[in-house]
Design a protein. Sequence first.
Lengths: 401, 327
Amino acid sequence: MRLKPLTLAVAGLASLLISGAALAQKKYDTGASDKEIKIGGISPYSGPASAYGAIGKAISAYMNKVNDEGGVNGRKLNFISLDDGYNPAKTVEQARKLVEEEEVLFVFNTLGTPPNSAIHKYMNSKKTPQLFVSTGATKWGDPKNFPWTMGWQPSYQSESKVFAAHILETKPNAKIAILYQNDDYGKDYLKGFEDGLGDKAKSMIVSKISYEVTDPTIDSQMVSLKGSGADTFFNITTPKFAAQAIKKAAEIGWKPTHYLNSVSASVGSVMIPAGAENGVGIFTASYLKDPTDPQFQKGKEWDDFVAFMKKYMPNADIKDVNHTFGYTVSQGLVQVLKQAGDNLTRENIMKQAASLDMTLPMLLPGVNVKTGPDDFYPIEREQLARFDGKTWVLFGKVYGR
Amino acid sequence: MKALDRKWVWIWGALLLVILLILPFLFKNYRVFQFNLVLVYAIAILGLNVLTGFNGQFSLGHGAFYAFGAYTAAILMDKLGVPYWATLPAAFVFCFGFGILMGFPALRLAGHFLALATFALALAVPQLLKYKHIEHLTGGVQGIVLTKPEPPFSFRFLDQPFSSDRWLYYFTLAVAALMFLLVWNLLRGRVGRALIAVRDHPIAATAMGINLTLFKSMTFGVSAGITGLAGALGAIVVAFVSPDSFTVNLSIFLLVGVVVGGLASIPGAIFGGIFIQFVPNIADEISKSAPAAIYGLVLIGFMYLLPMGVMGGLYKLWFRLRSKASG
């Protein structure tokens, strides 16, 4: 009887030590706990860019799949996805809601350059990760000034480096003409291209002409580009102008080796309006498996994707590449969370996101996800494709890094 | 009865004031930020209501004045280092001038033609803001990121710090109160009666000696100026402007706010602000597939139940209660 208080005290002390040890292993910031990880998302479910809302829906569906399979390291993923209608002012409001009201651990795959620009400074001042943003601008990979923001897809600059590499390999003496849209997007592509050509940029580029997005046509630009005597053409244009450029080149009898940025690599909205026969032989670049391409519609990776779509998005269009995008970026996130283990601090999330080296099932074979403390560009490799009059046909090796 | 009424008005007014003053300390910063936006939208809707509600001129382009006000504030703060409070009068003056210029064609265009002309302005604004020769000022597609003003002094109340959002709440509230007071003062007298006369019967109004040209273009100017001031305030509150923040939807939402709050009702603007701030959020929570459809349904329901807007409904209720009490 006399021993009882002592035993109790010892037992109490021991349990304190044990729980102390357990606490030392598990570290949490706001939004993470033993049971769940709160993740915020902002997508344009309404408004002008609502086609991209499919990405947000695919991510939510994938999170459901992960939770049905037991979550990540025993924790459920609670994905809170809000609508900003592609309006940057609304994005600010929703980001504040996620960080201050919902208290998420981090914000994931917010979409579009203007919306992400609007919250860039805010997320970094709150030291809350703005992870894997859906935009191709190059500024998202700036760990020195914005250590809490990271991109995902190949940046415009890395894509144009792929084109530059292909030109240097196949046509080292090419005379290149460039048409670009006079804004951040066009200049990003142009800069990557000139960097990719390196010292030879000055001698190889014989003409570069810009257009305004408000211009009605680019006919006169095409005529002067032809007049420069170029035999290679880099077409940095958005869909409407891309179609015009392809058509005009055919009309004036200019047949250069033609590179088209992936922004306009749509068969339905560019190649067919431009006249499919005019587009035969044009090059573009891609990194995701196109769900309409028969060569990818087999194997375990495809079956897994189809099973996911059937079970979690039964009414959605499997051909929509936005679903493939959401599926893939979610898998990237799950890997980051797996690596983070029980150390779910915001700092560790960024640290793990910056130490990735993997491939994912719906990325093209050879395209990988690789990051480092100074490399905040997860996907940089792309493969070239050629238009055969009906669809894009992949060929050659995988470029980049 | 009359004296009793007045006493109650005072008591309720004082209670409302106290609630408004302690409100930001009862909520999180994020909610306070939303209240700020409600006030900003209320001012913008007030501006549009002067034109549409009182003067009968339809504008589907007030988002453009809101955008010009926002950019005036952003450029002044970002490029010239002007303090945030000083940008408000500048935005008012600039948009007032711009509104008068817009007001001249408005004299020739009536009803739906005017609506279309102003609609064109709203459509053009995002593209104008991206124009390359002014890109060094506007920041092009990227827009301008601003710094939120810090509160001039710090204290804690109800265990909450006096944050920059809470400071902006009082600042916005004061500006809103001032604007509502000015508009009320302007409209309750001779000028207000003239505006309504022009709306209801322009020919009769002219015959009674009202200068139609002067009144119509001045109204356009004042209305644009108030909405522009709201835009400047909005830029300060959100701390970011970009062309995509001011699409044609904004103009339409402002008009929705006017109609929901109540045409030709000054306090109605506040309900309009609450509506356009919170209903899209509710719609988003109900459905991710079709938030716009839910929004539309709510709007239709609103118009069906309160055809005269919130203020119209409140007046109706008030008169019914009074007639019951006296009868």
